[in-house]
Design a protein around this ligand. Sequence first.
Ligand SMILES: [Zn+2]
Length: 237
Amino acid sequence: MGSPYEVSELGKGFWAVKEDFVRFFLIEGSNKAMLIDTGLGGGNLVELVKNLTDKPVIIVNTHADGDHIGGNGFFESIHMHPSEYDYYLFGKQERNSKLIPLWEGDVIDLGGRKFEVILIPGHTPGSIALLDRENRFLFAGDSLQRELIYMIGRGRNLPAFGETLKKLLKLIPAFDTVYAFHGHAVAEGPELVRDVADAYERLMAGQVKGVLTDDPMKAKIYDCGVTRFLTEPDCEL
Ligand SMILES: [Zn+2]
């Protein structure tokens, strides 16, 4: 069986890995490397990482949805925000990697490359973004994307997501590029934040009609054009 991973080099010591419908990132500094999310876990992630970098690798999860943590089991320790622990561990006794907390304002220093942790709850309680102020890059997990933003299931919180979008709008002067974990485009500009924020405003103002779907699960889709939200089937906006 071939590898499920499709690797593309985005810059020096910076790779995107596509696994089916999800994308994650590996970034190398002079002292260590960081894997941002672990995908679906469908291949040998340790081997993949070793082929790209010989630096020690730390694993960071933007959030604990299944398509972002699937390869966590390959690694001894995982960094995530503690507000995400409950969702990550709920009913999952087999998750025995050590959890290392990442808090708002923490800085991950890879050596010559630094990433600031920004808490962006709403999609999930402990969703985080990582901001590289020097290169003006932002990684925001599933909270900023043009595919379906899941607001269905455990811990989803639309009002909190609204606050997160205000926070990200204020942060726009600090970044030029948003890297996307889903969708065709690997990178977008800050207009992605404005588009998602506008879509959210229209959604909450009741200007978007929700459509019930049975596929892949009973849910409601609010198609805002620039992005789409997936909610509980009984959601009334
Ligand atoms: Zn996802």
